[in-house]
Design a protein around this ligand. Structure first.
Ligand code: GAR
Length: 214
């Protein structure tokens, strides 16, 4: 069974949605470890509640970015992790990890990439005045939110939206498409053609199956 390593920096609601979908049997995989760069991340509490090992690894304890990400990679490899899931991990992942897990690191970003990459996807969308925003699951490469796109979901952006109201609307979609992308990966349904991700789960009419249909 696929072993997943989760990296998170904070609240961990995406981590929770993945845990829930594993426990319900929707995703057939196991979370081997949670690694966080913040000792006070609420994600640690969530891991504890589900009997999952967690490790705090902070960049300041390592001699540079390469050694930091190399050490994370070795903790993941030690536990047989086959997929790394960034769930609100607020750092640009370094080569030391990317080289160990090529096209096996996923991230969720709260905007419709390639629009509004970076740390403030929702605020940037509101400030720009877009009418539609959403979220994107993508593989991680060395750029900032530039890797191949696996799945996206759109939400309306209203005239009176604030960063908070838009974030809440987007987050609901995050909790749907991230578990779905992980499920597809765990079932070998995702392949890459250049930077185009092909999903082997289309209905005959070409639309993507609904997560609820399993
Ligand atoms: C989520 O909205 C996620 O998309 C975003 O941080 C939030 C984490 O929430 N990630 C990024 O902005 C990455 N650049 P969570 O801790 O409750 O899952």
């Amino acid at each position: 069974m696929l072993k997943i390593g989760v990296l998170a920096s904070g609240r961990g609601s995406n981590f929770q949605s993945i845990l829930d979908r594993i426990e319900s049997g929707f995703i057939k995989a196991e979370i081997a470890i949670l690694i966080t760069d913040k000792p006070d991340a609420y994600a640690i509490e969530r891991a504890k509640n589900h009997g999952i090992e967690s490790l705090v690894m902070q960049p300041r304890d390592f001699d540079g970015k390469n050694l930091y990400y190399g050490a994370i990679a070795s903790e993941l490899k030690k536990r047989g992790v086959g997929l790394v899931v960034l769930a609100g991990f607020m750092r640009v992942v370094g080569k030391g990890l990317i080289d160990s897990y090529p096209n096996k690191i996923m991230n969720i970003h709260p905007a419709l990439l390639p629009s509004f990459p970076g740390l403030h996807g929702q605020r940037d969308a509101v400030d720009y005045g877009v009418k539609v925003s959403g979220c994107t699951v993508h593989f991680v490469d060395e750029g900032v939110d530039t890797g191949p796109i696996i799945a996206q979901a759109a939400v309306p952006c209203h005239d009176d939206d604030t960063e908070d109201t838009l974030s809440a609307r987007i987050l609901k979609k995050e909790h749907e498409i991230y578990p779905l992308a992980i499920k597809l990966f765990s079932e070998g349904m995702i392949s890459l053609d250049g930077r185009t991700v092909r999903l082997k789960c289309s209905k005959p009419d070409g639309t993507l199956m609904n997560p609820a249909e399993g």
